[in-house]
Design a protein around this ligand. Structure first.
Ligand code: HEC
Ligand code: HEC
Length: 273
């Protein structure tokens, strides 16, 4: 969860400067809406937002959401948000931001007004999602998955290995274009929690693995054999993050058809129905 924590921190720093830069923004015309009851507000104030509010929402989105959903909301580490307004409604989006959902952590650093502004911006994204659906055949894609040994490192449901993340609901969390990029170059943008690190101890022992935990004194790595190694940092000569490297092989050499089918299969993994 180190990745999430640093992401959130970077996000709040950005938003802090973003808010300072945005300066004053007009408040909605007319009397303020009645104070909402405890819990979710009764009525969505989104219809009353001014263009300035939407512009502020766009800035907040760029600072707090775009890292996962893309600046245009078409998705990257998080899903495409085009069309989500019609599906979840204003209050539904508000609640996702406040409480998180599935693989998305709650966004803690925004007050209600800021959240409504960002909801207002999300509603402007419209419904025509670029790359809505994967174009391949998920049934054939499952065969590609089996033939390439993905299950050695990944579990779907109860079966498979634990070196890489569970893929049981990955199709809900990530858009197809993420899979295309990721399968070609898995080290480029690893999901939070999967950074590869190489350490060398003072007596010359060397381990490379996924960083599963780290604090001031200790670092814990999990190697490709799924063994955990815990190190006292005072015994280490070097700790080197390995950006761009991963234990997952690149699958950029798959044929275009196999790639389309595999992506369709991954996109179909949405958990128990
Ligand atoms: C750390 C990455 C991350 C950040 C930051 C993030 N999201 Fe998400 N978001 C996700 C993931 C992953 C999901 C899919 C969750 C699931 O279903 O497992 C998601 C889901 C959503 C959904 C629901 C999508 C649907 O199809 O129902 C909405 C709406 C949303 N996010 C809006 C936002 C907004 C607005 C922000 C910024 C205030 C934000 N997110 C910040 C990762 C993120
Ligand atoms: C040797 C182990 C290994 C094999 C084989 C492997 N992966 Fe991975 N995979 C990983 C690891 C580790 C990660 C974590 C991210 C990283 O290291 O880049 C990962 C991440 C992923 C992700 C991103 C998950 C997310 O939540 O964003 C997907 C999708 C994925 N792998 C699919 C596949 C598919 C499909 C195959 C087979 C064609 C495959 N992997 C084969 C180890 C493996």
């Amino acid at each position: 969860m180190i990745g999430f924590r640093s992401l959130c921190l970077a996000g709040s720093l950005l938003i802090f400067s973003g808010a300072a830069l945005s300066g004053s923004h007009a408040s909605p015309q007319g009397p303020p809406p009645p104070a909402p009851a405890a819990g979710a507000p009764q009525e969505s104030p989104v219809a009353k937002l001014t263009p300035d509010d939407i512009a502020t929402g766009k800035q907040i989105f760029a600072a707090q959401c775009a890292g996962c959903h893309g600046f245009d909301g078409s998705g990257q580490l998080g899903p495409n948000l085009h069309g989500v307004g019609a599906r979840r409604g204003d209050a539904g989006i508000f609640s996702v931001v406040r409480n998180g959902t599935g693989a998305m952590p709650p966004v803690m650093s925004l007050n209600d007004q800021r959240v409504w502004q960002v909801v207002g911006f999300v509603r402007t994204l419209g419904d025509a999602g670029p790359m809505e659906a994967a174009k391949g055949d998920p049934v054939k894609g499952e065969a590609v998955y089996d033939a390439n040994g993905c299950a050695v490192c990944h579990a779907i449901g109860m079966s498979g290995g634990g070196v890489g993340p569970q893929l049981t609901t990955v199709g809900r969390a990530r858009p197809p274009k993420y899979f295309y990029d990721f399968l070609r170059d898995p080290g480029k943008n690893p999901p939070p929690g999967y950074e590869l690190v190489r350490v060398v101890t003072k007596d010359g022992h060397e381990v490379t693995g996924i960083r599963v935990a780290e604090d001031t004194y200790t670092i814990v790595l999990r190697d490709v054999g799924e063994h955990f190694h815990s190190f006292d940092k005072t015994n280490l000569k070097t700790i080197e993050p390995q950006p761009g490297k991963t234990v997952m092989p690149s699958y950029g050499n798959l044929s275009a058809t196999d790639m389309d089918n595999l992506v369709a299969y991954l996109s179909s993994l949405k958990g128990a129905q």
